[in-house]
Design a protein around this ligand. Structure first.
Ligand SMILES: CCCCC/C=C\C/C=C\CCC/C=C/C(=O)SCCNC(=O)CCNC(=O)[C@H](O)C(C)(C)COP(=O)(O)OP(=O)(O)OC[C@H]1O[C@@H](n2cnc3c(N)ncnc32)[C@H](O)[C@@H]1OP(=O)(O)O
Length: 313
C-alpha cells in the first residue's frame, strides 16, 4: 500500500533522473529533498588526518575513510548512550553533514562503548518535565530519525551491545543491522514504560519483521536476545562483539559494489511515503507525545521504571 502512494509523476521523475546521466544528482535532490538544519552551525565540522565531523560536544565521534567513503559514527555518551538532546542534535547534524559530503557513500552507526549500543531515550528527560520541554525533546527525536531514515547513504547499524527502545529505533532506521552475539537485547519495549510507539516507528518495525511479529512485539514490549532477533529478521547478521565493526565494514564493501544512484533511488522510493507522512503530521505527533508522556499515570509508570533501573544494582 505504501509503495502505491508514490504517484505516477514521481515515478516518471525517477525514470528521468536515471536517464539524464550527468545531472542525475541535482534531479535526485529535487525529487527527494533532504532538509538542512540551522543546528549544524552549532556543531562545526573539523577535518584533519582523516578524522572529521567531530562535534563540539564529542558525544558523537566520526571517522571517515577517504578512500572508501565509509564514515563510522560512534555514539559516545556514557554510560549507556541514552539519547538526550545533546546526543540527538549531534547525531542529526552528523547525519546531515555526511549527507552533504559528496565523497561519503556509507555510514556505520555504532557505540563507542561496547556492550551498550544505546539505552534509548534519556528517560530522565521525560520525567517531571514541562510539556514544552517534552515537546521540544520529541521534535529532536523526529528530526534525528528523519535524517537517518531519509539518508541517501548506505546506512549500517553495528549494534555492539544492548539496543532497547529508541536504540532499536536507530537500528531500524538503517538499511542493515549487524548485532553482537550473546546476552544482548534488542526491541521496542515502550509499552513496558506505558508509552506507545508512534506510527512511524511502528511502521518501520512492521516493514522490517512483518505485521504479525511486529504487532505482537510492540504490544508486549518485547526485548529479544540477539539470536531470536536474527530469527525474526530484526537484525540481519550476528557477529562476536569484538568483530561487529569489521563485519559491518565487510558488509558495507559488498553494498558499495551496487551503483549509488540506483540503490539510493530505490531506497527512497520505498521510504518516501513514510518520511512524507511524518513531515506532514509532525506537529500532531509532537502533541500526542507531549500529552501522553506528561499524563499522570504515564509519569507514575516512568517513575516506577526509573526506580526499577536503580534497584537493579
Ligand atoms: C497511537 C498513539 C501514539 C502515541 C505516541 C505517543 C508517544 C510515543 C511514546 C514513545 C515512543 C518512544 C520511543 C522510545 C522510547 C524510549 O527509548 S524510552 C527508554 C527505554 N530504555 C530502556 O528501557 C533501557 C533502560 N536501560 C537498561 O535496560 C540498561 O541500562 C541497559 C541499557 C541494558 C544497560 O545496562 P547496564 O550496562 O547494566 O547499565 P545500568 O542499567 O546500570 O545503567 C547505567 C546508568 O544509566 C542509567 N540509564 C540506563 N538507561 C537509561 C535511559 N534510557 N535513560 C536515562 N538513564 C538511563 C541507569 O539508571 C544507570 O544510572 P545510575 O548509574 O544508577 O545513575
Amino acid at each position: 500500500v505504501r509503495n502505491s502512494l508514490i504517484s505516477g509523476n514521481e515515478t516518471i521523475k525517477m525514470a528521468l533522473t536515471i536517464a539524464v546521466g550527468g545531472r542525475v544528482w541535482r534531479k535526485f535532490f529535487k525529487t527527494f529533498p533532504f532538509r538542512s538544519n540551522s543546528a549544524l552551525k552549532r556543531f562545526p565540522t573539523c577535518r584533519a588526518n582523516g578524522r572529521l565531523y567531530s562535534t563540539s560536544s564529542d558525544v558523537v565521534l566520526v571517522r571517515k575513510d577517504e578512500e572508501s567513503g565509509i564514515a563510522t559514527v560512534r555514539m559516545n555518551n556514557p554510560p549507556v548512550n541514552s539519547l538526550n538532546p545533546t546526543l540527538m542534535v549531534a547525531l542529526r547534524s552528523c547525519f546531515e553533514e555526511l549527507e552533504k559530503d559528496k565523497t561519503c557513500r556509507a555510514l556505520i552507526l555504532t557505540s563507542q562503548k561496547p556492550k551498550v549500543f544505546s539505552a534509548g531515550l534519556d528517560i530522565l528527560q521525560l520525567y517531571q518535565k514541562s510539556p514544552d520541554h517534552v515537546a521540544q525533546f520529541w521534535e529532536k527525536v523526529q528530526d534525528m530519525w528523519l535524517a537517518l531514515y531519509g539518508s541517501r547513504l548506505i546506512t549500517m547499524a553495528a549494534i555492539n551491545g544492548h539496543c532497547p527502545a529508541a536504540g532499536c529505533l536507530l537500528g531500524l532506521a538503517c538499511d542493515y543491522r549487524i548485532m553482537a552475539e550473546g546476552n544482548f537485547r534488542i526491541g521496542l519495549n515502550e509499552t513496558q514504560l506505558d508509552l506507545v510507539a508512534p506510527f512511524w516507528l511502528r511502521q518501520t518495525m512492521i516493514d522490517v519483521i512483518g505485521y504479525r511479529q511486529a504487532e505482537m512485539a510492540l504490544m508486549i514490549g518485547a526485548l529479544y536476545p540477539s539470536d531470536k532477533a536474527l530469527q525474526l529478521g530484526l537484525v540481519d547478521k550476528l557477529a562476536p562483539i569484538e568483530d561487529v565493526q569489521t563485519v559491518a565494514e565487510e558488509e558495507v564493501k559488498n553494498w558499495l559494489k551496487i551503483p549509488d544512484q540506483a540503490r539510493a533511488i530505490t531506497k527512497m522510493a520505498s521510504r518516501k511515503p513514510l518520511l512524507d507522512e511524518l513531515r506532514r503530521r509532525k506537529q500532531e505527533d509532537i502533541q500526542t507525545f507531549r500529552d501522553e508522556t506528561t499524563r499522570e499515570s504515564v509519569q507514575k509508570s516512568i517513575q516506577q521504571y526509573l526506580e526499577k533501573l536503580k534497584a537493579k544494582k
